[in-house]
Design a binder for this molecule. Structure first.
Ligand SMILES: Nc1ncnc2c1ncn2[C@@H]1O[C@H](COP(=O)(O)OP(=O)(O)OP(=O)(O)O)[C@@H](O)[C@H]1O
Ligand SMILES: [Mg+2]
Length: 149
């Protein structure tokens, strides 16, 4: 993808930074004039991935979460959320709807939400090293389809 714009932000794994991340990604995308639905979808997916990095990746510890967002010339958005936390031993199991590790206290819906709201979600992870979630979505897809119809 031909990169039109890119940001990379590091922040501490504190819960108040979930809001920081979602607002930052929204601000980054505003120049592209996204629909409210597109903006809402991306903000929600980012919130889920960042919450996972904080809650599951670092647990009680504090570490750094990196958010990289790229915008392609065709309106393609690519967002990576990276932590250097505990990692995921079984990625396929973690991605299953309603699966939650850590004693199963949570709903296990985060990956499902990311997959529903974004066009694609890739997860790379290694136990003890950390996790990278890469999500993609093309802006303007709905308008393009409507114009074609
Ligand atoms: N960054 C991460 N580091 C370590 N483990 C993770 C990470 N992200 C997800 N996981 C594991 O994958 C499981 C599923 O994540 P998912 O977001 O789908 O559900 P959840 O966080 O458990 O619940 P919910 O998101 O609905 O509150 C988590 O319970 C956790 O075990
Ligand atoms: Mg989650």
């Amino acid at each position: 993808m031909q990169i039109k714009n890119e940001i990379c932000v590091d922040f501490l794994s504190r819960m108040e930074n979930v809001a920081f991340a979602r607002l930052t990604v929204a601000a980054f995308l505003l120049a592209e004039d996204p629909t409210l639905e597109e903006l809402g979808d991306i903000k929600t997916a980012v919130s889920e991935a960042v919450t996972n990095a904080i809650v599951h990746g670092y647990r009680a510890a504090t570490g750094t979460v990196r958010m990289r967002a790229r915008l392609g010339a065709e309106g393609d958005v690519e967002i990576e959320i990276v932590d250097n936390g505990c990692g995921i031993a079984d990625i396929a199991q973690a991605r299953k709807p309603f699966f939650s590790g850590d004693g199963g206290e949570r709903a296990g819906m985060g990956f499902l939400v990311m997959e529903s709201f974004m066009d694609s979600v890739e997860v790379e992870s290694a136990p003890g090293e950390g996790t990278m979630v890469r999500m993609r979505k093309r802006l303007g897809a709905a308008q393009t389809a409507a114009a074609r119809a």
